[in-house]
Each structure stands twice: as C-alpha cells, then as structure tokens.
Design a protein around this ligand. Structure first.
Ligand SMILES: C[S@@+](CC[C@H](N)C(=O)[O-])C[C@H]1O[C@@H](n2cnc3c(N)ncnc32)[C@H](O)[C@@H]1O
Length: 200
C-alpha cells in the first residue's frame, strides 16, 4: 500500500489515501490501448519536447518516453509518494529522458514561461474551470505544430463545457474529439475544423 494524495478533482473510485499500487494502475492509470495510442501519436508527430500533467505511476510517461529517440519528457505530479513509485519504474526500465517535477500544475505552469512543447498531455485534475485555466496558461508554451491532448473531456458537465471553450479559442484551428480524449492543433495554415471520431 502507498499513501497517495490526489492533487486534482480526485477519484470517483478511491475514498481514503492508502492505495494499492495495482488498484491505482487499474483505476487511475491509463488503459493499455490508450498507452499504445499515446506512444503512436508521439511517434507519428516525432514530438521532442513533451509535457505531461499528471504522472501518477507513469504509464503515460513510459509510452511518451519510448515514442522516439529524441523525446524529452517533463512530467508533473503533486504527490511525492506516487512519484517515488513512478521513479522506481523509470529506473527499472532504464528510461533516462524523463524529468520529474513534483509541483502542483498551477505552480509548474507559472514557472514555465518560455519553454515550448511539441506535445502536451493533460491527464489530471478533471475540473472544468481549472482545465480551462491550464489551457490558457499553456498558450504561451505552444507553437504552430503543437498538439494538446486532454483526457476525459466528457467526465463531467464542466469538463465538457471547458472543452467547448477550448475548441472555440481563436488560436485553435483543428480539434479532434475521440470521446475520451480531445486533441487540439494550432496550425495556422489549416482552416478551423472540428472532427468527432470514435475509437474502438
Ligand atoms: C489520472 S492520474 C494520471 C494517470 C497517468 N497519466 C497514467 O498514465 O497512468 C492523475 C494524477 O494527477 C495528479 N494531479 C491532479 N491534479 C493535480 C494538480 N493540480 N497538481 C499536481 N498533480 C495533480 C494526481 O495526484 C494524480 O496522480
């Protein structure tokens, strides 16, 4: 058992803070299919500078870390005990392109002023208002070819409302709604267009 604190909106499954690692992998960690998709997306886009908000035990981080030879991952997590576990896994798998930041998202984003990211994966704190805040703060960290992936855009009414505001933002050109994930692109040469696709 590990004493874990969820720094975000929290879980609908867990009540206390003492959690079994296997249960966290099952409930808070991403499914294998999603892990593979994340790997494929980062490989396809050849993303180098990658940011993940919400490390948990690092399932997404591992996928991003292995996606291509040039990938450098920054992953942010508020809970020190969870991070210690994740770090054990990264060491065990010999992954050396991961920089861990033990911070709350807001503080990390406030300190990250001039960094530009190719791919950003937001997988924590499923609160609409705060998610919108993270997006607005991240606008300073995107370039023409950045992709931002939001997890759980239909988790709650306020998350869906945030997603609607995000895709309406003038800087966003293309968006893809896959139900669990929402992806936004900023390519100026592309006309504004919203796609809805269902992934099996
Ligand atoms: C759904 S889990 C992340 C799953 C992980 N990406 C994976 O692939 O397995 C969300 C994590 O984000 C962290 N988190 C949520 N809100 C946060 C915040 N505002 N600041 C820092 N960490 C936060 C939680 O503590 C939790 O460990």
């Amino acid at each position: 058992m590990v004493e874990m604190k969820d720094f975000g909106q929290g879980s609908r499954v867990f009540k206390g803070n003492a959690r079994k690692v296997s249960a966290v992998v099952k409930n808070a960690g991403m499914k294998k299919k999603r892990q593979k998709l994340l790997f494929r997306l980062a490989s396809y886009f050849k993303s180098e500078n990658i940011l993940e908000l919400g490390t948990s035990l690092g399932l997404g981080t591992v996928a991003l870390s292995l996606s291509n030879d040039f990938a450098a991952i920054h992953t942010v997590e508020g809970c020190p005990n969870t991070l210690r576990k994740a770090q054990d896994y990264f060491e065990k798998f010999n992954l050396h392109n991961i920089e861990i930041h033990q911070k709350v998202f807001k503080d990390f984003l406030a300190d990250t002023v001039s960094e530009k990211y190719d791919l950003i994966f937001i997988d924590g704190d499923h609160n609409g208002e705060r998610t919108l805040g993270y997006f607005n703060s991240l606008l300073k960290n995107v370039h023409n070819d950045t992709v931002i992936i939001f997890d759980d855009i239909y988790w709650s009414k306020d998350m869906t409302a945030a997603w609607q505001q995000i895709i309406a933002n003038e800087k966003v050109t293309v968006s893809i709604d896959t139900f669990q994930w929402g992806m936004v692109f900023f390519r100026k040469e592309q006309p504004k267009q919203h796609f809805v696709i269902r992934l099996g």
